[in-house]
Design a protein around this ligand. Structure first.
Ligand code: HEC
Ligand code: HEC
Ligand code: HEC
Ligand code: HEC
Ligand code: HEC
Ligand code: HEC
Ligand code: HEC
Length: 423
């Protein structure tokens, strides 16, 4: 009896090969065959957990940066699950997702933590704990569950734009999928370091709970810093740093590489991902997808995760020396500051020049406050789209394109909104 009803309720991961192909939010990134060949052993000393100091150590000497970085999406992109880090509601009436009238998943706080609980006609069938949160919640959050040293994705995701629990992207719609494993790839972009203890060096399948650094923290962009901390602590008089990477002193390409490892879309690793650290040449660790330029030019722009490819296709990038840091200060949360980013545009584009007086520009009042809604419009993500209870079509998150260009539709929309005639 029990068995029969469970068959009705749950679905086995292996029965859904298609699900495998549409792995979660960052779908395309994960569509890759795992190379069956044996990993070559690294000849040079490999980077390990002990080479890292942890961000808390930086606070003592770089307090301002440390504190502002804590407020960024990077710092918050992977956390231990708790009341504060989980964004969705556990309140009755707001805490469930019905797959069918009979199959309901309910988000519940219990003595030993927060759980996703599957019910069949009101009878509890399985409770799965929220152990880890992936996503700062700008767009949404996915939740992971530890089973021994393996990580699984929970069936329900939180979708910020609707402020609702939703079916996780790529999960089946009528039944509960409870055993989708998390590949190391998620952690490679949402964590600074995670030590594999089983599987291959390239694709670890199990992780050491105690040798993980969640979130994109200082040492992801500055390299492992245990030696820097030790040296500066022992030599407090020393006012120059020896054992740390400052991206601003790297070549343009190496500066871009620091970000492209996670913002380069569908790049394929050729060595274990955590062996790439700031200051190294990314092309020695990954095959970088150059097709993105054609993608952008064909207007078939996939705005998920490939800010590097899109930017690279833009004239601004090609005819200047810009890097990501020309516009972004990643030590701070700079979300929704159109005027601040427009200042960056105007550091190269002079709004008083005769060439700037185009028909579209002439119609805009206070143009210096917002260049981006017309030239870098937010577009629906093809990868971050979820099913919301009661809605027929999946809802997509909006992501800013980094293909800086002229978008007639965005211009029309911008003008309509400014005149108050939209919607
Ligand atoms: C004991 C004090 C101390 C600690 C702890 C410390 N630093 Fe530093 N750091 C310094 C000093 C001193 C400098 C050199 C002066 C400066 O640039 O501020 C420096 C410089 C830097 C620079 C700039 C290097 C350059 O060449 O311009 C970076 C980046 C940096 N530290 C990162 C970190 C990170 C990341 C951590 C934590 C893992 C950390 N530091 C912990 C003292 C410290
Ligand atoms: C190649 C790097 C990469 C991989 C691999 C990756 N992500 Fe992401 N993820 C990103 C980036 C970058 C963003 C920010 C949105 C964007 O630019 O598309 C993001 C956004 C997200 C968000 C939304 C966060 C927010 O802003 O609220 C969630 C949730 C998420 N990812 C979960 C996952 C999960 C689960 C996996 C593993 C299946 C995964 N990601 C794999 C890079 C990656
Ligand atoms: C997403 C990448 C990223 C992260 C995360 C990051 N930094 Fe930086 N950091 C940079 C870049 C890029 C620069 C160079 C900025 C520039 O162009 O001058 C920099 C510069 C610095 C400098 C040099 C002086 C200065 O004020 O610019 C220090 C010190 C520093 N970072 C410390 C830290 C500490 C401490 C943390 C963690 C609390 C941290 N960084 C997190 C990317 C990052
Ligand atoms: C280890 C992977 C990783 C690296 C390295 C990295 N990022 Fe990110 N970045 C992410 C992920 C994941 C997100 C999505 C965070 C979220 O909302 O959960 C993100 C988000 C962002 C955002 C959006 C912030 C917001 O408030 O929504 C910006 C801007 C950004 N990254 C710029 C950079 C730049 C510039 C660099 C290089 C200096 C860089 N990133 C390096 C993984 C990375
Ligand atoms: C580091 C300098 C630099 C920055 C910063 C910069 N641009 Fe550009 N941009 C250029 C150059 C150089 C060109 C090519 C020559 C020209 O058209 O002026 C260009 C071209 C353009 C074009 C014409 C594109 C085309 O395909 O014809 C637009 C539109 C544009 N930029 C908008 C922006 C906006 C909006 C920003 C801010 C988000 C920005 N730029 C930031 C340097 C820059
Ligand atoms: C010419 C300026 C400019 C450059 C250069 C630039 N960005 Fe951005 N980026 C922006 C603007 C503007 C936004 C939108 C900020 C907002 O609305 O909060 C943005 C947003 C983002 C986001 C969040 C996307 C979203 O919609 O949630 C990420 C991630 C990001 N940038 C990464 C990068 C990376 C990585 C690079 C380098 C490859 C880069 N950016 C270079 C201007 C720039
Ligand atoms: C209302 C939408 C809108 C806004 C706001 C806007 N632009 Fe434009 N921009 C356009 C359009 C459309 C064109 C193409 C020419 C036309 O139709 O007027 C253009 C053209 C350009 C060009 C190429 C000009 C050339 O030489 O051909 C640049 C560079 C540019 N914009 C930069 C900016 C900057 C910088 C800002 C902010 C200070 C800005 N734009 C604000 C819509 C906009």
């Amino acid at each position: 009896m029990q068995k029969k009803s469970n068959q009705f309720l749950f679905v086995k991961y292996r029965r859904f090969p298609l699900v495998l192909l549409s792995m979660l939010l960052c779908v395309f990134i994960l569509i890759k065959c795992i190379n069956g060949t044996e990993e070559k052993k690294e000849v040079t000393a490999v980077t390990g957990f002990n080479d890292y100091a942890g961000s808390a150590k930086c606070a003592g000497c770089h307090k301002t940066i440390y504190e502002s970085h804590l407020q960024t999406a990077h710092a918050l992109t992977a956390q231990q699950a708790n009341k504060k880090s989980i964004m969705g509601s556990f309140e009755k009436g707001k805490n469930s997702y019905a797959y069918t009238p009979d199959i309901v998943l309910s988000m519940e706080k219990r003595d030993s933590g927060f759980f996703q609980v599957a019910y069949l006609r009101g009878e509890e069938k399985k409770a799965m704990r929220f152990d880890m949160v992936i996503g700062s919640g700008v767009m949404g959050q996915s939740f992971l569950n530890w089973r021994k040293n393996k990580l699984y994705q929970l069936p329900i995701t939180y979708f910020t734009a609707a402020n609702k629990w939703s079916n996780s992207p790529g999960f089946p719609s009528g039944k509960v999928l409870i055993d989708r494993p998390i590949t190391s790839r998620c952690l490679e972009c949402h964590a600074t370091y995670a030590e594999g203890i089983a599987g291959t060096a390239m694709e670890p399948s199990e992780f050491d709970h105690n040798r993980m650094m969640l979130g994109v923290t200082c040492e992801k962009c500055h390299g492992p810093a245990a030696k820097h901390v030790e040296f500066q602590t022992l030599h407090p008089q020393e006012k120059t740093a020896k054992y740390i990477v400052n991206p601003s002193s790297l070549s343009r390409q190496l500066q871009l590489d620091v970000c492209t490892v996670c913002h380069g879309g569908n790049i394929e690793k050729t060595k274990p991902s955590f062996q790439f650290t700031a200051g190294k040449n990314l092309a020695d660790y990954f095959k970088i997808d150059t097709a993105s330029i054609d993608v952008a030019n064909n207007g078939n722009v996939d705005v998920h995760g490939n800010q590097y490819g899109l930017l690279k296709a833009s004239k601004c990038f090609q005819l200047s020396k810009m890097t990501c840091n020309t516009c972004h200060n990643t030590h701070e949360n700079q979300r929704n500051q159109a005027a601040l980013f427009s200042q960056k545009c105007m550091s190269c584009h002079n709004t008083t020049a005769a060439t700037f007086k185009t028909p579209a520009h002439n119609e805009v009042i206070a143009i210096d406050k917002n260049c981006i809604d017309c030239h870098m419009p937010a577009q629906p993500s093809k990868a971050i789209a979820v099913n919301i209870e009661g809605e027929e079509f999946p809802r997509a998150s909006l992501i800013r394109t980094h293909f800086i260009s002229i978008y007639p539709d965005a211009t029309k929309k911008f003008k309509a909104l400014k005149k108050g005639t939209a919607q």
